[in-house]
Design a protein around this ligand. Structure first.
Ligand SMILES: Cc1cc2nc3c(=O)[nH]c(=O)nc-3n(C[C@H](O)[C@H](O)[C@H](O)COP(=O)(O)OP(=O)(O)OC[C@H]3O[C@@H](n4cnc5c(N)ncnc54)[C@H](O)[C@@H]3O)c2cc1C
Length: 324
């Protein structure tokens, strides 16, 4: 009989619920394969479960709550839920680096293929996924008789919203085995200290390219980002030149993002960069070359010098009282 398990992005009991989990739930609903359970792993999960219980259409919340699961490794996760996943026809994880690390291990355990980066559900066994940096969409089919295990391409989906459920789903505490794998151990977590929104989930992104010419100039984007409550992104050329840190790179070998607004300043619009913003809502481009390829995908384009446009834009936002 069909049943679906969503493996929530592990977190430290913090609210709100991770957007990655809510997007993965959206895919599970679209597939619609039998009753839907969510597995939560972490520690001090009660506040999070309080919020999770407002999600509609869930049969059970399966909870692995243990201090040793504060920062689980992929090995630990696979050992923890390796048997549980055998009860499901469909197992879904967010396409985060953690999800991409864990899911193939689970697929190996149940002898099924792992389908990564699902961007469209065609039916409960057929999915669309990107190939060659998103330039080709492949339709893949999981054969009958084996479970479907997949990761979700987060930029392609909208999160479900918490709805009031008349009868909230039950919570089942699950036992955590005494001996968990220890070969790979969590050493430390380095977080971006900035208070700006996270690049991958931000609704607005302002992004810069090689044309800024220096790290100091690149900081021009900070004022604009703060004013618009936006995340900062960068082209690979800007990253390679040392103007922006590696984790801000947008594109084929950087982050794939889908903000409502993407503003590209002095970015040429190479295919590898555009791969990262294919699902963006409105694209605004400022470039001094009217022939720059970015203008082919931009909804609004301005031919101009970014060193004049950004200060003018900031002054106008200030004049109109637009702050955050
Ligand atoms: C395998 C592979 C993977 C790659 N992955 C990525 C990736 O993930 N992300 C990515 O971004 N790139 C990636 N690239 C690199 C990509 O091909 C481009 O080289 C890169 O995106 C160019 O960055 P840029 O637009 O900042 O620089 P440029 O191409 O040098 O463009 C600079 C632009 O700024 C404009 N300009 C200059 N001065 C000003 C000014 N004062 N005001 C306004 N406009 C100005 C110019 O007209 C020009 O259009 C990859 C390449 C390869 C081969």
């Amino acid at each position: 009989m069909d049943a679906t398990l969503v493996m929530a992005e592990a977190q430290e009991g913090t609210v709100p619920l991770a957007e990655a989990t809510l997007k993965t739930l959206a895919v599970a609903r679209k597939i619609g394969a039998g009753p839907l359970d969510i597995a939560w792993t972490g520690t001090s999960l009660d506040p999070l479960l309080g919020q999770a219980r407002t999600l509609a259409g869930i049969r059970r919340h399966l909870v692995f709550d243990d201090p040793r699961l504060t920062h689980p490794t992929a090995d630990v996760m696979a050992a923890l839920v390796g048997d549980l996943v055998r009860d499901y026809s469909h197992v879904l994880m967010p396409g985060t680096s953690f999800g991409r690390d864990v899911l193939p291990r689970l697929a190996g355990r149940v002898g099924a293929p792992a389908v990564s980066d699902v961007l469209e559900v065609l039916d409960p066994r057929r999915f669309k996924r990107g190939l060659y940096a998103g330039n080709v969409h492949a339709v893949v089919r999981v054969p009958d008789g084996v479970p479907v295990l997949l990761t979700v391409r987060l930029a392609s989906w909208r999160p479900v919203t918490a709805e009031k459920e008349a009868q909230p789903a039950g919570i089942e505490k699950r036992e955590v085995p005494a001996d968990l794998p220890t070969e790979a151990r969590f050493v430390g977590l380095e977080r971006d200290a900035s208070a700006r929104p996270d690049l991958q989930s931000a609704r607005r992104v302002v992004s810069g390219g090689r044309s800024f010419g220096s790290r100091e100039n690149f900081a021009l984007l900070e004022g604009l980002a703060d004013r618009l409550n936006a995340a900062i992104g960068a082209s690979r050329a800007a990253v390679d030149a040392g103007y922006a840190p590696n984790d801000l790179q947008v594109g084929q070998t950087g982050k794939i993002i889908a903000p409502e607004l993407y503003m590209a300043f002095g970015i040429s619009g190479a295919i590898q960069h555009l791969t990262g913003i294919r699902d963006a809502g409105t694209i605004v481009a400022v470039n001094k070359d009217p022939e720059a390829p970015i203008f082919k995908v931009a909804d609004f384009g301005l031919v101009g010098d970014l060193f004049e446009v950004i200060p003018a834009l900031l002054a106008e936002l200030e004049r109109q009282g637009i702050a955050r």
